[in-house]
Structures are given as C-alpha cells and as structure tokens.
Design a protein around this ligand. Structure first.
Ligand code: FES
Length: 153
C-alpha cells in the first residue's frame, strides 16, 4: 500500500493533537468498520472555528486524516466545516489508498459532531445533516466498492 509523502508527514508529525480544556464543542465518534475512535474539540468565535484539537485511537490513515482536517477546519465557518468531504480530505493529503478512504470519514464525522455539540449547547439546531456513521444504510464498501478495510477481525 502506497502512502503519499503528505500522509506520512501528518502521520509522523500530527498537528493539533490534544484536547481543548474549555472547548465550546466536542465530538466523539467511532468507525463501525474497524472500531477506531476519534475525539475532536473546537473553540468557536463568531460562528467560525478559531481552534481545534484531536485525539485519535486508530490506524495511520485515521491519524493523518484527523490531523489534516484540523488544519483545514481552522478559520472555517461552521457551515464550511461540516461540508468537508472525505474526497476533499484525501485530495488535501495528495491522495489516500482506496482501502483507506473510509478512514477519512472518522475525521469528518468527528468535526460534524463537534459543531453540532456546540450548536446544541447554545440552543440551536444542528447543521451537519447527521453523521455518515449514524446512517442506518452506511456501508463504506458500498460507497467505495473497491474498498476493503485491511484491519483483521
Ligand atoms: S480508521 Fe480504522 S482502519 Fe483506518
């Protein structure tokens, strides 16, 4: 399996790792395909993301995609942040192997959950449209027919 230099850079030197103690919103999600988990916390200023940090217990692609998503999201409006797609994440990393595309959903779902948590805490309606992983029809192998999770068990 071939990873781009950018994936390896974000895997070896992940950006924005940790937890924001006084976070405005927190998202915690698990990948039903493999059981990997991610927690993301955000600070919000005037409906834009002013700071974002993550913790990911998962594969190298999950760590790299989480790292790049925090860089992409910083400075975005909440609407822009929840609209980040797994393809945008992969493009930003100069590509992901097909078998690892599903890993990027962990980061985009985590960010959506954090934004909705912020809105919920402030008595506002969620805007993410729901998490990919919560969709009863979610099937990453159906979305990307060539994908096969390479995690044992
Ligand atoms: S997120 Fe679990 S194998 Fe990548």
């Amino acid at each position: 399996m071939q990873y781009s230099e950018k994936v390896m850079d974000h895997f070896n030197n992940p950006r924005n790792v940790g937890v924001i103690d006084d976070a405005d919103g927190v998202g915690e999600v698990g990948n039903p395909v493999c059981g990997d988990m991610m927690k993301i916390s955000i600070k919000v200023d005037d409906d834009s993301i002013s700071d974002v940090m993550f913790q990911t217990l998962g594969c190298g692609a999950a760590i790299a995609t989480s790292s790049i998503v925090t860089e992409m999201a910083k400075g975005m409006t909440l609407e822009q942040a929840v609209a980040i797609s797994k393809k945008q994440v992969a493009d930003e990393l100069d590509g992901l192997p097909p078998a690892k595309m599903h890993c990027s959903i962990l980061a985009t779902d985590g960010l959506k959950a954090a934004v909705d948590d912020y809105l919920n805490k402030n008595g506002r309606e969620p805007i993410s449209g729901g998490l990919a992983h919560d969709d009863p029809n979610f099937d990453p192998h159906a979305i990307e027919p060539e994908e096969v999770c390479d995690v044992e068990g």
